[in-house]
Design a protein around this ligand. Structure first.
Ligand code: ZN
Ligand code: ZN
Length: 303
């Protein structure tokens, strides 16, 4: 394929072109999961069709165990090379690799505990992987219907009138800090709605399991009458967990957390919908007082 052929995906019915996400030229950022201890391990992604976003987006890719083991070996080799005096990979990369090696067991168990990849844009899991061939090279119907109009997406190529400019595929300044795109261990980008939601749920689960006597902790209930996201979710998680008996052994929450989340996840989504509705009713009223912590949290979550 010649260099100045440009890929196009277009709806055969309404003619709308669909974007294919690419890594921008010169973007050397790293997608990472942020573990609960603050360490970063790689997040792999590939193209998928997200029904919620109605577009082709990046989605999580869950590598096989042997692929992760292979990656760990290659990071180990990089570390050895750096230690032996060849520091060309740069200190920031060396530090990154070391953290990965240190947290390799968590990285592996993260993947073993997950089975439904999410869309890295909206965080929902109604997303289907699409092969590289269909996205990048297949000419014709790529097997996806354009949600809005029901037309089919057709892959083709056109010739660009502009010359292709090649940029170096490598970071030029190896000592510059690496830019990390951080996601939770459930694939939700930092500070997104789901990221915050799960953080609250997780902290509540941990609080209950590690301190079962103090479940009825004061939550400043008199402070305000309007919906408070954190307390809302805490109440929900607490009620849900009463139905899940935990043995002493199961109190290792870090290990158990993914299972608990799976058990309550679908109901949590209903609860979010209720919360949104309630919150919307409240914020439609003119007495809204802006500037308080909860207001900004709400704004951050729902825009
Ligand atoms: Zn269309
Ligand atoms: Zn999406």
């Amino acid at each position: 394929m010649s260099d100045n052929l440009i890929r196009r995906l277009q709806c055969q019915k309404c003619q709308k072109e669909m974007d294919i996400p690419y890594r921008a030229r010169g973007d050397f950022s790293e997608d990472v999961y942020l573990l609960r201890n603050g360490a970063r391990v790689p997040l792999y992604k590939h193209h998928g069709y997200c029904k919620t976003c109605n577009k082709i987006n990046w989605m999580e890719e869950f590598p096989t165990k042997s692929k992760i083991v292979g990656e760990i070996d290659s990071f180990r080799r990089q570390i050895e090379i750096f230690k032996s005096g060849d520091i060309s990979c740069g200190k920031p990369a060396y530090d990154f690799y070391r953290v990965i090696i240190h947290n390799r067991h968590e990285w592996l168990s993260l993947h073993l505990s997950r089975n439904r990849p999410v869309c890295l844009s909206c965080g929902n899991d109604d997303v289907e992987p699409i092969s590289q061939e269909l996205v990048q090279t297949f000419v014709g119907d790529i097997g996806i219907s354009h949600g809005v109009c029901g037309g089919r997406l057709i892959g083709s190529f056109y010739k660009s009138p502009y010359p292709n400019i090649l940029l170096s595929p490598d970071r030029l300044d190896r000592e510059a800090p690496i830019k990390f795109n951080e996601y939770s261990v459930r694939g939700h980008i930092k500070d997104s709605f789901y990221y915050n939601l799960y953080e609250v749920m997780e902290s509540e689960i941990i609080a209950i399991v590690s301190n079962p006597g103090h479940e009825k902790e004061e939550q400043n209930e008199t402070k305000s009458k309007w919906p408070d996201f954190e307390n809302w979710m805490r109440a929900f998680v607490r009620a849900e967990l009463e139905y899940i008996p935990l043995t002493e052994n199961e109190k290792k929450v870090y290990k158990l957390f993914p299972d608990l989340m799976t058990m309550i996840e679908s109901r949590a989504r209903e609860e979010i919908a209720k919360f949104r509705q309630q919150a919307r009713q409240y914020f439609d009223q003119p007495r809204l007082k802006s500037g308080s912590d909860t207001t900004s949290l709400w704004k951050k979550l729902f825009g």
